[in-house]
Design a protein around this ligand. Structure first.
Ligand code: ADP
Ligand code: MG
Length: 344
């Protein structure tokens, strides 16, 4: 009889450990594969214009709850989160495929709603829907989108290549999508208790929108192009700033220092965190799904962005040996913790 095989729980190694383990078993055979597993998108091609490919799946009950997520928004978000990964490579999205797992809970009209959102996103990001797949699912809704993008060879930006003394930048503001989700979850709980109660969402419009209808920062990618600025490294913020800083640091073999008082937090995000008895800074560092961009630039490029209203400079790239640190408002230096999203 064979020895009983050891069973390892996925939770023991986590999502990133699992991806590392998968990737360690494969080597690329094609010289056109320039970057495989391990960045926001794969990079391939041989000429001056490279192709980018990324895919992201959204599962009902894990990534969205249809009791507060309108199908149109869901369609839009499924595309936006994919486009965001192309933005993170400094590329332009061109084509998408959309694959659906559907149960008979959904009507033709419901799917039309979903595709209205997909269509809006295709307009906003100038991408073409070129295919997909449709299958039945026993209960929940599954949406998997793949996106193809393009980038000039000299403009592609990876998670690696951040250099010591580079400046760390983030777009927009952080923590809003996470607090929007808290508000939606609270209102859902209130509604379950007492269906007579109408949700009070208007007051939280901004953060609820951050959760339900995130945008990919293609506007910033176009602006960086106009400024002639190619970041040294970049990633989109899907799991939380701290987690993304760990990816940049690991891939670039550097350390980072950020300043708490420089983290961009919208007033409504701040106030709602306080209302929920949460620390606004923790929400900004570890709240997911903001889909902003985190990037590093050489000091010579600082002039180009220093007056940009929607780009905050939050710290600098350090030696690897100095690790990942945050200087707090009280001028204490603390080690950064990457909590991120843990689905397992
Ligand atoms: P992002 O948050 O930017 O979408 P992920 O953390 O999902 O990136 O993925 C990181 C890298 O791991 C990407 O290169 C992605 O293509 C790859 N990856 C994720 N899951 C798998 C898998 N099951 N098999 C192979 N590669 C994967
Ligand atoms: Mg990403």
């Amino acid at each position: 009889m064979s020895e009983q095989q050891k069973r390892t729980e996925i939770g023991e190694i986590g999502e990133f450990g699992l991806i590392d383990q998968i990737s360690s078993k494969f080597t690329n055979k094609n010289s056109s594969t320039l970057k495989g597993i391990g960045d926001d998108a794969a990079v391939f091609g041989s000429g001056d214009l490279l192709q980018l490919l990324s895919t992201d799946m959204l599962l009902e009950g894990v990534h969205f709850d249809l009791s507060y997520m309108p199908l149109q928004h869901l369609g839009y978000k499924a595309v936006a989160v994919n486009v965001s990964d192309i933005a993170a490579m400094n590329g332009l999205p061109k084509q998408i495929t959309v694959s659906l797992g559907l149960s008979n809970r959904f009507s033709v009209e419901a799917i039309e709603e979903l595709y209205k959102g997909i269509q809006f996103a295709c307009e906003d990001y100038s991408v073409d829907l070129v295919g997909g797949d449709t299958t039945s699912s026993p209960s929940g809704l599954v949406i998997s989108v793949a996106v193809i993008g393009e980038v000039q060879k000299e403009k592609v930006v990876y998670r690696k290549n951040a250099k010591e003394n580079d400046i760390i930048c983030v777009t927009g503001d952080l923590g809003g999508a996470f607090l929007g989700l808290q508000v939606l979850e609270r209102e859902k709980a209130v509604f379950k208790e007492n269906p007579e109660m109408q949700p009070d969402l208007e007051k939280y419009d901004f953060i609820v929108k951050r959760q339900l209808k995130p945008s990919a920062r293609m506007d910033v990618i176009h602006e960086l192009g106009d400024l002639g600025l190619v970041p040294t490294s970049m990633i989109d913020i899907s799991d939380g700033l701290a987690s993304e800083l760990f990816h940049i640091a690991k891939n670039s073999e550097v350390g980072v220092t950020i300043y708490e008082d420089k983290l961009p937090i919208a007033k409504m995000t701040y106030d709602t965190a306080v209302e929920f008895n949460m620390d606004p800074m923790t929400c900004a560092l570890n709240g997911g799904e903001d889909y902003e961009l985190l990037f590093t630039i050489g000091q010579n490029d600082f002039e180009k962005i220093k007056n940009h209203a929607d780009i905050a400079t939050i710290g600098y790239v350090d030696k690897r040996a100095n690790g990942l640190k945050m200087v707090t408002k009280n001028n204490n230096t603390v080690a950064l913790q990457a909590q991120g999203w843990k689905h397992f």
